[in-house]
Ligand binder design. Structure first.
Ligand code: SF4
Ligand code: SF4
Length: 187
């Protein structure tokens, strides 16, 4: 909702520039092939005080990573990844919100206030405006307002397909993983 600014209404304050502080969750939750790092283990280049020990020479994937918490003024300290227990990132399509869960805190995303907010964000699926996908240790959940659709994690090259389908009970969201070989045939 937009608010008109008047002389008596102070302009919206921007949050102070955020910093990672002690957080290093993005150096834990992802595969980083260039440094031989597997998802779920802390990168060997992480400094004890947090931060990257090879900063400047760190892999392109790390350089390209955009942490939504860091970039977004509206996400307060509760959403800092090491507090929340997951990293928030947007797919390049700008509409898929990914939640990459810390394997040592697999249920953190289900806690208050996170789960309730994910459900609110998931309402965009009806308008094909956005998608909320949780990458948990046990698999992947496509969060929808009614239910969380559980799928196996896609392998490299697999495609996650989502949308709405007509059922006996009316339109319902669906999600499925299309294996890479099948996805190629469709292309
Ligand atoms: S997850 Fe975000 S806040 Fe945490 S270290 Fe990475 S960039 Fe910084
Ligand atoms: S190379 Fe640096 S930025 Fe990349 S995962 Fe390792 S510590 Fe993090």
């Amino acid at each position: 909702m937009a608010h008109a600014e008047t002389a008596s209404t102070p302009a919206r304050q921007r949050a102070p520039l955020k910093a990672c502080g002690d957080c290093n969750l993005c150096c834990k939750v992802y595969d980083v092939d260039d440094v031989g790092k597997k998802a779920g283990t802390l990168c060997q280049h992480t400094r004890e005080s947090a931060g990257c020990g090879i900063w400047g020479l760190h892999p392109q994937m790390c350089q390209d990573f955009k942490c939504l918490w860091l970039k977004h003024d509206d996400l307060n300290g509760l959403w800092r990844p090491d507090t929340a227990g997951f990293v928030l990132r947007l797919e390049p399509n700008g509409t898929t919100l990914n939640i990459d869960v810390d394997p040592d805190r697999p249920d953190a995303w289900l806690k208050h206030p996170y789960y309730k907010q994910l459900k609110l964000w998931s309402e965009g699926i009806y308008r094909s405006e956005n998608l909320v996908v949780v990458y948990a240790p046990e698999g992947l959940y496509v969060v929808t307002p009614e239910e969380d659709l559980f799928l196996r994690k896609p392998k490299r090259g697999d495609i996650l397909e989502t949308g709405m389908e007509m059922t006996l009970f009316g339109p319902r969201p669906f999600a499925r993983v299309i294996p890479a070989a099948q996805a190629k045939l469709r292309a």
